[in-house]
Design a protein around this ligand. Structure first.
Ligand SMILES: Nc1nc2c([nH]c(=O)n2[C@H]2C[C@H](O)[C@@H](COP(=O)(O)OP(=O)(O)OP(=O)(O)O)O2)c(=O)[nH]1
Length: 131
């Protein structure tokens, strides 16, 4: 039997900041913030999905690395799994309202999706090299 569907999120760090993006749709979450990412397609590896979603959403190539933190069970049963990634390129908001590099001090300044809010301590540890 296939496992639960996975949504990948991407923790892209640069100069101690993490890249967040602001959703443009659907209406109930428009304006809220998340990490770049999306659904892993059938037959696709998690890391290939990370690279594809960053290409589609941000117009950049990233090198996906290790998973960060625990899987979070989303309403409906899909799993949110975060991977670290690096890039030299400058992201643009292709499908989103905005992208923003957030320092640790700024992590609480935006309205995150609920699952990401749970993961904020993990993001913080990752940004300070503890996870
Ligand atoms: N990309 C992303 N999705 C997240 C995060 N946190 C979180 O709860 N989600 C949820 C929101 C959505 O219900 C789902 C991903 O939806 P999506 O619209 O980005 O996925 P997708 O591009 O593959 O679109 P679709 O074809 O599955 O509709 O995961 C996050 O940090 N990044």
């Amino acid at each position: 039997m296939a496992g639960a569907a996975v949504i990948v999120g991407t923790a892209i760090l640069r100069d101690g900041r993490i890249l967040a993006q602001q959703r443009a749709f659907p209406a109930d979450v428009a304006g809220m913030w998340e990490l770049p990412g999306g659904r892993v397609e059938p037959g696709e590896s998690d890391r290939a999905a990370v690279a594809r979603e960053c290409r589609e959403e941000l117009g950049i190539e990233v090198s996906p690395g290790a998973a960060v933190g625990p899987d979070i069970v989303l309403p409906g049963g899909k799993l949110l799994r975060i991977y670290q990634a690096t890039t030299d390129a400058d992201p643009v908001a292709v499908e989103h309202k905005a992208v923003r590099w957030l320092s640790q001090d700024e992590l609480d300044d935006v309205e995150w999706l609920p699952a990401d809010r749970i993961l904020l301590p993990v993001f913080r540890d990752h940004m300070s090299g503890r996870a």
